[in-house]
Design a protein around this ligand. Structure first.
Ligand SMILES: Nc1ncnc2c1ncn2[C@@H]1O[C@H](COP(=O)(O)OP(=O)(O)OP(=O)(O)O)[C@@H](O)[C@H]1O
Length: 265
C-alpha cells in the first residue's frame, strides 16, 4: 500500500488479451492468417473491418468458443487451455433479433450471466440475487425485470445483455457490434455509458464496431495496428489515468449514480 492508502495495481499495464500468430479456418475456408495483437489492462480497443473480415471469429477465438488452427491466445497471461477465471470477462455476442415469444425474462437473462463454465448447477442464493440487482440497477433496467426479453426494444435488450455481462463485475468487456439496430440517440447514450465505464471504472474494452465516427472520435483517427483486413484502434487509458486500483470504483452498485453525476457535471 502506498502512503495515500491506495493499493497500487501491480498489473496495471499487464496484457490481458494476447493473440499470437493466430490463424483460423472454417472447414476449408481460411478466415484469419497469423493475426497478432495485444490488449493491455484498461485499454479501449476498437476492432474495425469489412463484412466477413473475421472480427466475430476473432472474438470467439478469444473467449474460447473456437480453437485456433495455428497460434495461441492468452488471457491475463494464461494460455486459454489453462485459463479458468471466466468471471473476469464479460462477453456480449453479436445480437440477433430476438423472437418476441422467447420465454426468458429480463431477470433470468441477467442471472444467466452467473453461470460461467462449470457453474451451471450453482444454487442461486441471496448474494447472487444481489449481484443481479446491482447489474440491473447499473443499467437502469430494474423496472423491466419481469418482462420477456423478446418484448423489449433493441436499446433495452442491449442494456439487458450488458447487465448480463457485468453481473460478475468483470475487468474485461468484449463486445461484438453492441449497437447494431439501435437508433442514433440510444447509440450515443450507450457509448456515453461505455466511455464512462472505461474512464471511471478501470475496465478494459475490446469492441467490434462499424461506427467509425464513434471509434475515431474516442480512439483516434488512425489504427494503432492492422492484421489482414482487421484494423485495431486503441486508446490507452494508462496514458491519462493513475495506475491505481480503486476497489470502490469497481463496484457496480455505484456505477449508475456516478454516471448520472458525470452527466450533470
Ligand atoms: N460457422 C461458420 N461456418 C462457416 N463459415 C463461417 C462461419 N461463421 C462465419 N463464417 C465465415 O467466416 C467469415 C468471417 O466471418 P465473421 O462473422 O467472423 O466476420 P465479421 O468480420 O464479424 O463480419 P460482419 O462484419 O459481417 O459481422 C465470413 O466469410 C463468414 O461467412
Amino acid at each position: 500500500m502506498n502512503p495515500t492508502g491506495a493499493v497500487a495495481a501491480a498489473s496495471c499495464h499487464e496484457e490481458v488479451v494476447s493473440v499470437d500468430g493466430v490463424s483460423f479456418s472454417y472447414q476449408q475456408k481460411n478466415v484469419l492468417t497469423e493475426v497478432s495483437f495485444g490488449v493491455k489492462e484498461r485499454d479501449f480497443v476498437g476492432l474495425i473491418g469489412s463484412n466477413g473480415a473475421g472480427k466475430s471469429t476473432l472474438l470467439k477465438l478469444i473467449v474460447g468458443l473456437l480453437k485456433p488452427t495455428k497460434g495461441e491466445v492468452r488471457l491475463f497471461g494464461k494460455p486459454l487451455s489453462r485459463f479458468k477465471e471466466w468471471d473476469r470477462i464479460g462477453y456480449v455476442p453479436q445480437k440477433n433479433a430476438l423472437n418476441p415469444l422467447f420465454p426468458a425474462t429480463v431477470h433470468e437473462v441477467v442471472m444467466s450471466g452467473l453461470y460461467g463454465r462449470g457453474m451451471l448447477f450453482k444454487r442461486i442464493g441471496k448474494q447472487e440475487l444481489a449481484k443481479g440487482q446491482d447489474a440491473m440497477r447499473a443499467m437502469d433496467i430494474e423496472d423491466l425485470a419481469g418482462k420477456r426479453i423478446g418484448q423489449l426494444s433493441g436499446g433495452q435488450q442491449q442494456r439487458v445483455f450488458l447487465a448480463r455481462a457485468l453481473i460478475n463485475n468483470p475487468s474485461l468487456l468484449i463486445l461484438d457490434e453492441p449497437t447494431v439496430g439501435i437508433d442514433a440517440e440510444t447509440q450515443e447514450s450507450f457509448f456515453h455509458m461505455l466511455r464512462h465505464m472505461h474512464q471511471h471504472h478501470n475496465m478494459t474494452f475490446l469492441m467490434v464496431s462499424h461506427d467509425m465516427e464513434m471509434i475515431r472520435g474516442y480512439l483516434g483517427q488512425e489504427p494503432a495496428s492492422k492484421a489482414g483486413k482487421l484494423n485495431f484502434y486503441v486508446r490507452h487509458s494508462h496514458e491519462t489515468q493513475d495506475c491505481v486500483e480503486d476497489n470502490l470504483a469497481h463496484s457496480l452498485s455505484g456505477l449508475r449514480q456516478r454516471m448520472e453525476s458525470g452527466k450533470r457535471g
